[in-house]
Design a protein around this ligand. Structure first.
Ligand SMILES: Cc1cc2nc3c(=O)[nH]c(=O)nc-3n(C[C@H](O)[C@H](O)[C@H](O)COP(=O)(O)O)c2cc1C
Ligand SMILES: Nc1ncnc2c1ncn2[C@@H]1O[C@H](COP(=O)(O)OP(=O)(O)OP(=O)(O)O)[C@@H](O)[C@H]1O
Ligand SMILES: [Mg+2]
Length: 501
């Protein structure tokens, strides 16, 4: 079969490829540029360059690439040579690639160089765009990965919406590595105390392709629980169908705890206001009842009615004590709080507490010297009553046997908004007793709430402690784990006397 030269040339044109053969005239030019140059199919994008030979091509090459072109024709070097160079000129972005075979001549100088030059500008431009795209995608992924909020993406078009991406913060928050969790549904974070209602709400939203902003109790890989502030949003394709879901997770345990404590506080205060009015009225009635019964009891001390009147008097006095406690809880105020060193305040109370808790209970005290020197404003009698109530509860929770640890230190909690905050002396009363479950803990400060058998407790101890401590401008909280014990914490604001000039 004969080769059709026209067909060859148009094929070379299509490939933007030129074939050349160059025989350098070493006598005329020590660089080997001068000589006999023949081209076939020379369409490498630079009109006219081929017609003026290799010297014209050398002129058109950018300065930085000239060495590369010269290297292709230079004496010495291998038989197979390749290089790339660009052509200069305004508005031109032409990349040429050259592959050449060198036939050696005398003195190590090429006798003939045969090769191809191809215009690869299009390929280079495409590669440039591809690199830019890849770079910007990589950058985007790096940004998402470095986000300080946990991000997860699930494939909504696969059965059971498996996770296909989680960023680094997700791993930090949940403890799950991508290998542990990719391909699985995110419900692996849920556990025994996760509210089924919260799960159902998410299920409905995901099924409907809706966005949902919720809170749900989740568990890290190591089993520790946290409240997850979860935002899920659908990602839709061009046709509007949900193709993926993006999820943002954040640990809002502390917010949830603070909000719950605030709700509790409000509930207790409303209860206090309601009871306060009633307690006040009953107290007004009990005063004359007690006084008049006392009077009658004195008069009938020696007759048959005497014991009955003593019983009435006894009941009236008990009722007054209960009403007095209720008033302490609901109508705090009018007590004489005075500046006192926190260490003295606690130390003065401990002997009383020691006597009250019974012989089976040991009192372990840990007083931080710095905190002991702080001045707080307190009513000593009221503070003693609080500590007695808390220690009494601790002793009862341990069945009258065990150790109660009373500690005094400085609370360094910082206001999350201002970054500063009032300093507090912190007194903790810790026991290793039966502890409280969530339901008991939620109601412990309620007046008349008790889990003790009838006749053993009025359920007013914590209510009174609450009222008295609030009255001193402080706070009282409980933390408890069923079966392990309870820590009651009393905070009293540190009193900084005005600086004297
Ligand atoms: C992208 C994405 C992230 C999710 N992240 C969580 C999560 O962090 N914690 C969680 O409890 N549920 C998360 N879910 C919800 C569960 O995967 C699942 O939809 C939910 O448990 C309701 O479905 P189910 O009743 O079939 O379990 C996420 C869902 C999606 C789509
Ligand atoms: N340290 C504790 N450990 C376990 N449970 C506690 C503890 N402190 C309080 N409680 C629980 O809180 C309830 C309410 O306590 P509170 O002191 O108000 O009343 P009470 O001790 O039952 O009765 P009262 O103090 O009037 O004798 C208790 O009955 C108990 O269930
Ligand atoms: Mg009590």
């Amino acid at each position: 079969m004969r080769t059709d030269p026209d067909a060859v040339e148009s094929a070379l044109d299509g490939a933007r490829l030129a074939v050349f053969r160059h025989e350098p005239d070493w006598d005329r030019d020590p660089c080997g540029i001068a000589g006999d140059l023949q081209w076939i199919g020379c369409r490498y994008g630079v009109d006219g360059v081929h017609s003026r030979g290799l010297a014209a091509l050398l002129d058109a090459v950018t300065d930085s690439d000239r060495g590369c072109l010269l290297g292709l024709f230079s004496p010495g070097g291998g038989a197979v040579r390749a290089g790339e160079f660009r052509l200069k000129g305004a508005g031109r972005d032409i990349h040429l690639s050259c592959d050449a075979m060198v036939e050696p001549g005398g003195g190590g100088r090429p006798r003939r160089i045969t090769g191809t030059i191809q215009d690869i500008s299009e390929r280079r431009r495409f590669e440039g765009t591809l690199n830019d795209t890849l770079r910007s995608k990589q950058m985007l992924l790096a940004i998402i990965d470095a986000c300080p909020i946990s991000i997860s993406v699930a494939d909504a078009q696969q059965p059971d919406t498996p996770l296909i991406y989680v960023n680094r913060r997700f791993q930090g928050l949940t403890g799950y590595e991508p290998a542990d969790i990719l391909g699985r549904n995110c419900r692996v974070l849920q556990g025994p105390d996760t509210d089924p209602e919260a799960v159902a709400a998410i299920r409905r939203a995901v099924a409907a392709g809706d966005r949902i902003d919720t809170r749900i109790l989740n568990y890290r890989k190591d089993g520790t629980p946290f409240v997850n502030g979860l935002l899920l949003a659908p990602i839709r394709g061009g046709d509007g169908a949900v193709t993926a879901y993006i999820g943002f997770q954040s640990d809002v345990t502390e917010d949830a705890r603070r909000e719950e404590a605030e709700r509790q506080r409000q509930r207790i205060e409303v209860m206090g206001r309601m009871m306060g009015g009633v307690a006040h009225e009953i107290n007004n009635l009990l005063q004359p009842i007690t006084l008049l019964t006392q009077e009658l009891s004195d008069r009938h001390a020696d007759d048959a009615d005497g014991p009955y009147l003593d019983m009435v008097l006894d009941c009236a006095r008990k009722a007054r004590r209960i009403i007095g406690d209720l008033l302490a809880f609901s109508r705090p105020g009018n007590r004489t709080a005075e500046p006192v060193a926190a260490g003295d305040l606690v130390a003065a109370t401990l002997p009383l507490v020691g006597k009250a808790i019974g012989p089976g209970v040991v009192l372990d005290t840990r007083i931080d010297g710095g905190a002991a020197a702080l001045t707080v404003r307190a009513d000593r009698t009221a503070f003693a009553q609080v500590l007695l109530n808390l220690a009494g509860n601790a002793a009862a929770a341990m069945g009258g046997n065990g150790t109660i640890t009373v500690a005094l230190d400085l609370d360094r909690a910082v206001d999350p908004v201002n970054g500063t905050g009032p300093r507090h002396a912190r007194i903790t009363i810790a026991d290793a007793g039966c502890g409280m479950d969530r339901a008991v803990l939620d109601r412990a400060f309620e007046p008349f709430f008790t889990t003790k058998p009838v006749g053993q407790g009025t359920g007013l101890g914590l209510s009174v402690a609450y009222g008295l401590i609030k009255d001193m401008g402080g706070d009282i909280t409980l933390a408890s784990t069923p079966g392990l014990g309870t820590v009651a914490t009393v905070l009293l604001p540190v009193f900084d006397p005005p600086a004297t000039a």
